[in-house]
Design a protein around this ligand. Structure first.
Ligand code: ADP
Length: 611
């Protein structure tokens, strides 16, 4: 603005004062020149006396010179004046700019100071005693991921490091881990460990990788971790994870890293608390406390008791009905871990309650009720750097709350083009990103697809799993060409684009310990349509049309009619009260779905587990 002002002033000066004076003077000069020429002409024509003529010419010349001098003087003066005025205007503009910049700078500095003070305050508040924690689990983003566990194993340690914890994550070194990570791993040592009941020895290598303040130690054994997939079948998986659990403890001893808390995840690491209190009870590690987090109670690691007794090499006395034994002939690894750990956590408060009931208890409800005194529920968060519509490089157009409505439409159009759907920004696009299994409520979805597709609605499915579901979604894509797209694949990039482009995301699960997709959806301004169970109930506040608040649409009983009703409520709001729908989009984007609060809760539990 200031520059514009300067230019206007210069123009003004050139056009008015200076040029007026100059043109006056030039006119006078012209006149004199004409006069001189005329005089000369007349003189030659009439042939007066030479002297007289010379005199006249001389006078005219002198007059011309005088005028020229005057013109030069005035021009210099005008130039000077112009330069002065220009300088003055410049100074004024610079002064104004400087004043404004200084004010802005001052404001920014003050704001930054306040922020720093707040941050310091927070840190001071958070800084309790430092805790060291070893995470032991079977998958972790970005090395290997089959579901939400991998996201948690990556994001929770990262947040805990910010909250005064030392974290080491111990993982199997699967062959399928991308080479770009493998090649950066550093060899930390190797040893042999006995495992099976007959004392069979196994090689254990330790490869280390450090990233974002978190140390990842990979347990290396080519014989056991060669498969392209972390999970294959129970006959292979059970000995593999017996080995992994014991090797993780041996690695901690080998590295002489004795954590305050050993935080184990799911059945694959559930034997850790049992090994610790049996075969490792006379080691330095005995001072560590254990926490076992249940990410999904459906998966428990059940197999024949004799086989697990042999593979694990654990003493006979833990194969009783209160610890590992289940029914007559089976052993249940998760059940044993739940009994032996110092603290059990699961990934939402509602799920912590649900799993103590018969319907959700997966056969362990009585066991969990017995151990309920040490059971807690902490809802998951998401990594807000990876899931960030403002910076996400995988989506078509980035957006923030202010321009979300417009830019989500642009994303929608590009997604429709990419997937071969009819391109129309006014269609209500529903996304579904999920493992295609019974848990996820897909039988409900399958039974109402024809009612969902009404000419104004499109459905985009991304997932792999049970062949029955894969085929039925393929069928619907064929039956409703241009309106349904079924991507039967696992594709992280496409998942990001669907979250950014869809208007709503379906999560009608039969049970859902926490669920991450509804959290990610909200972060991208995509309204979740969920069943009120587990973490879905804890994280999605149903839309209330009277008060115009809430984050999504919910239904309670596991019933296809109720799911359809929830979808129709979403459509009604979208097509008939768009401003309210758009307001919900913005509300969702502003909701705190980060790990900050949840990590603080975990930290609180670690402090309670004081050695
Ligand atoms: P679960 O762990 O039961 O599979 P969650 O909702 O906890 O379910 O986590 C699912 C995670 O996996 C989310 O990050 C989701 O985006 C991702 N995901 C699921 N299916 C796919 C897929 N087909 N392609 C890409 N990402 C997927």
């Amino acid at each position: 603005m200031c520059h514009k002002q300067v230019f206007l002033n210069i123009d003004f000066l050139l056009n008015c004062e200076g040029s007026n004076k100059m043109s006056e003077l030039k006119a006078e000069e012209k006149k004199t020149k004409k006069k001189t020429v005329k005089t000369t002409k007349t003189a030659s024509a009439e042939k007066p006396e030479k002297k007289t003529v010379k005199k006249v010419v001389k006078k005219a010349k002198a007059e011309t010179e005088k005028i020229e001098e005057k013109v030069a003087e005035v021009m210099v003066a005008a130039d000077g004046k112009l330069a002065e005025e220009l300088e003055a205007t410049k100074k004024k503009a610079t002064k104004t700019t400087k004043a404004k910049t200084t004010a802005k700078k001052k404001e920014a500095v003050e704001e930054a100071e306040v922020r720093v003070e707040e941050a310091v305050q927070e840190i001071v508040e958070d800084l309790g005693p430092r805790r060291s924690v070893a995470f032991i689990g079977s998958e972790c983003y970005p090395f290997v991921k089959t579901g939400g566990l991998a996201d948690v194993m990556y994001a929770l340690p990262k947040e805990l490091v910010k909250q005064n914890c030392d974290v080491k994550v111990i993982l199997p070194r699967y062959k399928c881990i991308p080479w770009k990570y493998q090649e950066q791993m550093v060899y930390r040592g190797e040893f042999y460990m006995d495992l099976f009941a007959d004392g069979k020895q196994f090689y254990v290598g330790i490869m280390e990788y450090e990233w974002d303040g978190v140390v990842y130690d990979f347990i290396d054994n080519e014989e056991l971790f060669t498969s392209g997939n972390p999970y294959t079948n129970m006959v292979d998986d059970i000995p593999k994870f017996c080995y992994f659990s014991k090797a993780a403890l041996c690695a901690l001893l080998y590295l002489d890293w004795i954590p305050d808390v050993i935080h184990c995840h799911d059945w694959q690491a559930a034997l850790v608390p049992i090994y610790l209190r049996t075969l490792f009870e006379n080691t330095k590690l005995a001072s560590s406390k254990t926490m076992l987090t249940v990410h999904n109670l459906r998966f428990q690691g059940i197999y024949g008791l004799d086989a697990i007794r042999y593979w694990s090499g654990l003493p006979d006395y833990v194969f009783n009905k209160d610890v590992l034994k289940q029914n007559w002939n089976d052993a249940n690894m998760l059940k044993g871990g739940l009994a032996y750990c110092d603290m059990i956590s699961t990934v939402s408060n509602t799920y912590a309650g649900e799993i103590q009931s018969e319907f959700y208890g997966e056969g362990l409800d009585a066991h969990l009720r017995y151990h309920s005194g040490k059971l807690r529920g902490i809802v998951n968060g998401i990594d807000c750097d990876i899931w960030n519509p403002e910076t996400d490089e995988r989506i078509f157009k980035n957006y923030v709350v202010e321009d979300a409505i417009e830019n989500k439409k642009a994303n929608k159009i590009e997604l429709q083009k990419e997937l071969g759907l009819n391109v129309d920004e006014n269609k209500f696009v529903i996304g579904l990103i999920s493992r295609l299994t019974n848990q996820k409520g897909l039988d409900l979805v399958n039974s109402i697809v024809p009612q969902i597709i009404d000419g104004n609605t499109q459905l985009v499915v991304l997932g792999t799993g049970d062949p029955g579901y894969e085929d039925s979604f393929r069928y619907y894509e064929n039956a409703y060409k241009g309106e349904v797209c079924s991507c039967i694949q696992y594709d992280e990039d496409r998942a990001h684009r669907i979250y950014a482009s869809a208007d709503a995301l379906l999560v009608p699960s039969l049970f859902e310990p926490c669920g991450l997709t509804q959290l990610i959806a909200m972060r991208y301004g995509t309204a979740p349509i969920v069943r009120e169970t587990g973490g879905l109930k804890d994280t999605v506040e149903p839309y209330n049309m009277y008060e115009d608040n809430g984050n999504g649409f919910t239904f309670d009983r596991y019933d296809a009619g109720l799911l359809l009703d929830a979808i129709n409520r979403a459509k009604t709001l979208y097509f008939e009260h768009r401003e309210n729908y758009d307001a919900m989009v913005k509300r969702d984007m502003q909701k705190d779905v980060s790990w900050k609060l949840s990590a603080a809760q975990y930290r609180e539990l670690y402090l309670q587990l004081k050695p």
